[in-house]
Design a protein around this ligand. Structure first.
Ligand SMILES: [Zn+2]
Length: 135
């Protein structure tokens, strides 16, 4: 279990811009890195094209997984957005969490995007601190 996730300001902005662009649809992607430090944000198309649901495009997901492997990185996180809330993991998110990674959820409230990280295990979503560093 990853106890906290470290991201650069640039990676944070990359995700935020991407999720904002996809509104009103949910957006999704993967976070690759080592230990608890993200090295790369990988955007994946939401095949569901839905405002309340995401399904990673299987072809893009596969391509992304092999990119991560070929760069000797690990899958650390999966992010997606909730353009119309909630800011926590939904029942579906908890039911479908298949990986031991940090689930990072972006939500929009009052025009401001924010993100929270969760470990999802045994039907529960527990907060994981997100640490943002420069560069
Ligand atoms: Zn969700």
């Amino acid at each position: 279990m990853i106890q906290q996730l470290a991201l650069s300001k640039t990676q944070w902005d990359e995700m935020r811009v991407h999720v904002a662009k996809q509104v009103p649809l949910e957006a999704c992607g993967l976070l690759a890195g080592k230990n608890d430090r993200v090295e790369k944000v990988l955007l994946v198309r939401n095949q569901a094209q839905s405002p309340v649901r995401y399904v990673m495009d299987p072809y893009e997901q596969l391509k992304t997984f092999s990119w991560i492997e070929s760069h000797d990185l690990d899958l650390l996180g999966i992010f997606h957005s909730h353009p119309i809330g909630p800011e926590t993991a939904s029942v579906t998110d908890i039911a479908e969490a298949a990986y031991e990674v940090v689930y990072l959820i972006w939500s929009l409230s009052g025009g401001i995007w924010k993100a929270r990280g969760f470990n999802i295990e045994d039907g529960q979503a527990l907060d994981v601190p997100l640490v943002i560093h420069e560069a």
